[in-house]
Design a protein around this ligand. Sequence first.
Ligand code: AMP
Ligand code: MN
Ligand code: MN
Length: 344
Amino acid sequence: MNASGAVAAARPQVLERIRADARFVLATHESPDGDALGSLVGMHGLLVELGKDAEIFIAPEDLPLPLEYRVFSLESLIQAPPADIAQRTVVFLDCGNIDRNSARVLRDGAHLLNLDHHHDNTRFGTLNYVDPSASSTAEIVWDLMRELGVGATPEVAQALYVGLITDTGRFMYENTGPRAHRMAAELIEAGVDVPGVYRRLYEEVPPEKLALHARALSRVQRFDSGELTLSVLSGEDFAEAEAEDTYSEGIIDQLRAVQGTKVAVLVRELTAGERKGQHKVSLRATEDDVDVSAIARAQGGGGHRRAAGFTTALAIDELISFLRAAVAAQLHVASDEHPAATPA
Ligand code: AMP
Ligand code: MN
Ligand code: MN
C-alpha cells in the first residue's frame, strides 16, 4: 500500500478508537515544541468534549515549558505514566520515533495511536495515522475534530493555531497551502486572539535571549562558498548570557535566511540532563535539493526534508567535517571533486 493509501486506511480506524475507548493518555516528543504542545492540548480538548478520561503526559525533564509556551494551561497534566496504562489508549502526537519519548512504559498501552506528519515516522503505533502532507500534527487533530463534529473552544483553537503557525514558520514554509490557511480561518472564527498569540510566541523576548542570539550571530561560519552556514553555542555562551537552553529557538531561522545558504546549522551544547556536554544539532535546508532529515538520520536523529535534528557526542571539528561532506554528497552527486576545503 502506498503512503496515502495507508493514511486513508488508518484514519477511520483511529476515529473508531476515539469513539469506542474511554481512557486515554496523550504524549509527544522530548523538548516539546509548538506543534507538540498545540496538538496535545487540542487532542485533550477533543477527548474531553466527547466525555473521555484523558491525561497529558510530559516528562519532568521537559518542565517547566519554554517561556513562550507557558500560555498553555495543560489541564490533566501528569509527570509519571498512569498506573492503569494497560487499560488506556496511548496517543502519540508529533512524535516520529517512539525513542523520542523517554517513558518506555507508555508502550504498554492497550492501543498505541501514532498521529504525526514526519515522513520518516517509524510507524511504531498499533494504528499509524501519519500524513506527511499535513502542515502540522495540529492539522491532523483539527481534521479528526471536524470529522467527529466537535467544535473548538477558544482555548483549543488557540492551541491548534500555535501548532500551525510554529510548524509553518508563520505561513512561510513549503508546507503552507490552502489547507493551512483554511484551517487558520476556521480557528480564528473559533476565537483565536491572533496578535495576542504572536506577541506571546515571538515577542516578550527576555534580554538574556537577545544576548544569546547576539553571540550566535556574531560568529557565523560559512563553508563551501556559503552553501553551509553554521554557528556554535557553547555551554559558556549560555552561562555568560544567563540564558536557558530553550533561548536558542529562532537563531536557526536567521542562519537559514543568509544569502547563498543551502543548509543552515545551529550547534548548541546541552547544559543539563543525561546528555550534558553533548551537542544538539538543528538543520534547515532552503530548497528541495538537500534532504536534511537524511543527514540527521545518519547520526541517529530525523525530521523533515527541510527541518531536522540530532544529538551527538562528536567533537565540533569532526561534526563540521561530517556536515560538509554530507551536504556536498547530496549537492554534488555527479562531481568526483570535493568542494573547496577552506571556509568561504
Ligand atoms: P529542531 O531543530 O529541534 O527544531 O527540529 C527540527 C525537526 O527535526 C523537528 O521536526 C523535529 O521533530 C526533528 N528532530 C529534531 N531532533 C530530532 C531527533 N533527535 N530525532 C528525530 N527527529 C528530530
Ligand atoms: Mn515537533
Ligand atoms: Mn510537527
